[in-house]
Design a protein around this ligand. Structure first.
Ligand code: GDP
Length: 444
């Protein structure tokens, strides 16, 4: 699945490599190629339109950063937009406060509902639940038996109508199953329903009747990713006829073009929750939009590349800071920035303890209190820019003003200034230790 789309997109990105800057014409041409690639992959037209519009406007607005070249930037944007149309984040099942949680499976015949019931059962069991599978597909000959076989393989109990009792009445089977689950303390009930080859009213009504009888917590619409352009119409028909809270994509292992998979979340506004990738019970997992996007872009390595570039950018910033330290240009202003960054990252003791070379300082660090950090921030903020750059100008009256402004005593202001002077000295030594210019020798 997605092979054509992947190779098409790859071509688009390749043509951008080595470019220094993207003109508007470049962006238009790129957007056109992406549009063709998506349409060829059977992605629904409204989804293609909004996707391409987003790529265009974001690529235009993208800063020419030091860290990413234009090709990487486009890849990054396409990746993020793909993740967005696939639903953004991972969505998990909602379990009822009072068990049993009821999950209803709906979808066309042959999409893989019965197989899915087994997969879900096994998955739920692995999560520590006690699921019950319910054979409410009484249309297809052998469907009940198929569920029993799948259930046995998954090691999960199956509730099936007894001969002569409820045969032909799926609503009754579902209701009886729920009562059985309550009595026997099953905490999740998965109801397999009948599908038809095409969308028809009778099918919808039956699924809706079962829905009304068991008030499901989740209705999962099961969609065969191979069905192509029909996916959107089918999804919409089920959204109108039965309604659903999530989508399960099956047969993602197939070699179809996969546009259905790419359209359904956006078109229906419902998240893709699970994905099926084969006939075996284990070919099943929670759906992760980010992973799917990376798979489409075929870019484990590209993403790593982007990460490296971003890290390099951070390293550049760190280097600039280190150079400042070494050149004794490190001011209270920089100190404040650092404090604020540190504050954002969580308890300061833990954080500094993780830095290499900081091990021996751990004990001291454990005594650092975050409220200390807040106090330091308040003191520095009460200083004028001139005072922050050159604390030597802080005479007694200025110190008194700063103390008042930050709600501390003059002694505390003095303590901070001493600590800062000390920190500056240590930093110069560290910079020297890292082989940066202006290190130990000059610090002495
Ligand atoms: P139902 O009519 O919706 O209950 O569909 P079934 O569960 O009977 O599945 C129809 C066929 O699709 C069966 O042959 C399954 O083995 C097969 N199938 C189900 N899920 C997948 C999948 O993810 N990948 C592949 N390749 N086949 C699947």
């Amino acid at each position: 699945m997605f092979d054509t789309l992947s190779s098409r997109l790859d071509k688009v990105f390749t043509s951008l490599r080595g470019r220094g800057r993207l003109t508007d014409a470049d962006i238009d041409a790129t957007a056109r190629e992406i549009r063709v690639a998506l349409l060829e992959a059977d992605v629904a037209l409204p989804v293609v339109r909004s996707f391409v519009a987003a790529i265009k406007s974001r690529a235009r607005g993208a800063e020419v950063g030091a860290s990413l070249n234009p090709a990487q930037q486009v890849i990054k944007i396409v990746n993020e937009e793909l993740v967005a149309i696939l639903g953004g984040g991972t969505t998990t099942l909602r379990f009822a406060k009072t068990p049993p949680t009821v999950i209803l499976l709906a979808g066309l015949q042959g999409t893989g509902k019965t197989t899915l019931a087994g997969k879900l059962g096994r998955w739920l069991k692995a999560q520590g639940h006690t699921p019950l599978l319910v054979a409410a597909d009484l249309q297809r000959p052998n469907a009940v038996n198929q569920l029993q076989v799948v259930g046995a393989r998954a090691g999960v109990e199956v509730f099936a109508p007894e001969p002569g009792n409820g045969v032909g009445d799926p609503v009754r089977v579902a209701r009886d199953a729920l009562a059985h689950a309550r009595r026997q303390v099953f905490d999740v009930v998965v109801v397999d329903t009948a599908g038809r080859l095409g969308v028809d009213e009778e099918l919808m009504r039956q699924a809706a009747d079962i829905r009304d009888a068991v008030s499901p917590d989740e209705i999962l619409f099961v969609l065969d990713a191979m069905i192509g352009q029909d996916a959107v119409a089918t999804a919409n028909a089920f959204a109108d006829g039965v309604g659903f809270s999530g989508v399960v994509l099956t047969k993602l292992d197939g070699d179809a073009r996969g546009g259905a998979a790419l359209s359904v979340a956006q078109v229906t506004g419902r998240p893709i929750m699970f994905a099926s990738t084969g006939e075996a019970l284990d070919d099943f997992d929670v759906f992760h939009p980010e992973r799917m996007a990376s798979r489409i872009l075929g870019m484990g390595d590209v993403l790593t590349l982007i990460e490296q570039a971003e890290k390099a950018f951070e390293a550049e910033q760190a280097e600039a800071m280190a150079a400042k330290m070494a050149a004794s240009e490190f001011t209270l202003e920089d100190f404040l920035d650092q404090m604020l960054t540190v504050r954002k990252m969580g308890p300061i003791g833990n954080l500094l303890g993780m830095l290499p070379g900081m091990g021996q300082m751990k004990e001291q660090l454990a005594q650092v209190d975050d409220r200390d950090v807040d106090r330091v921030v308040a003191i520095i903020r009460s200083m004028t820019p001139g005072e922050r750059r050159d604390p030597k100008i802080l005479q007694a009256s200025r110190k008194a003003r700063v103390a008042r402004g930050s709600g501390v005593t003059v002694t505390e202001v003095n303590q901070l200034l001493d600590r800062f002077a000390e920190a500056r000295k240590v930093m110069r030594q560290m910079a020297g230790g890292m082989g940066l210019p202006g290190g130990m020798a000059r610090a002495k």
